[in-house]
Design a binder for this molecule. Sequence first.
Ligand code: HPA
Length: 281
Amino acid sequence: MISINQAESCVEIIRDRGLTGEIDIAMVLGTGLGSLAEALDDALIIPYADLPGFPAGTISGHAGRMVIGTQEGTRVAYLQGRSPYYESGDPATMFTPLETLQKLGAQCVVLTNSAGSCRADIAPGTLALITDHINFNGQNPLLGTGGDHGFVSLVDAYDPRLIRRFKHAGAATGTALSEAVYMWFSGPSFETAAEIRMARTLGADVVGMSTVPEVIIARRLGLRVAALSMITNFATGVMGGHPTHGDTKDMALKGSVGLKRLVRAFLRTREDAWGAPTRPT
Ligand code: HPA
């Protein structure tokens, strides 16, 4: 169940540890991508264990801490590690972390993940900008939250202005960025070859085990969203794809270098150059 008080307590704890002012942007770092939070000026590090309602991570490749600091002149809060649905069977585990970020002033959240590619032309080791999703898992983090607040619009859920900023950052850094529809599978087992053929037929370009519930929560909170997939492998049966957790972690680590470069360039772009923000829900 969602608890507003937990996010308020988290904000108090973070303020007590010395955070002043507001953060500009939040980032959620997926498996093997935690190193993005390195090299922050004046980093404030808070383990999830100190923050009520934050997930106690158990999955390797997820550090489980919040790192707040300044990068490219922007106040950034990184969540090093998420609690994916497959860990608990609860799609709402990231509600308190995302609400805490919103209460600290964040207006946007950038979600990163590792994903398998359903397409021969989206190769492992490359990055994809998510432009839309298919909630194949069918779970929803807003189920049971009551009232009218659950009827969240997912039109432009992946904010067009943030997408433009990322495309600009990709061009500026020579980083190839595919555009992809992401299909959410529950995991933790990987997909069958037949499921991937189905995913492709239904319009998915990449598949993964996270992100979608976070997008729904973020839109509920009025946060604008961008999401990036590190393509770690071809999905089962695509170009002989045979994903394993070890291989996806290794590939995400390798790819994090390019992702870091891209994120830095993204942070250097300024919002007002990209037109009016999309309306909050
Ligand atoms: N399937 C689901 N999730 C993933 C994959 C995959 O092939 N690769 C990385 N995360």
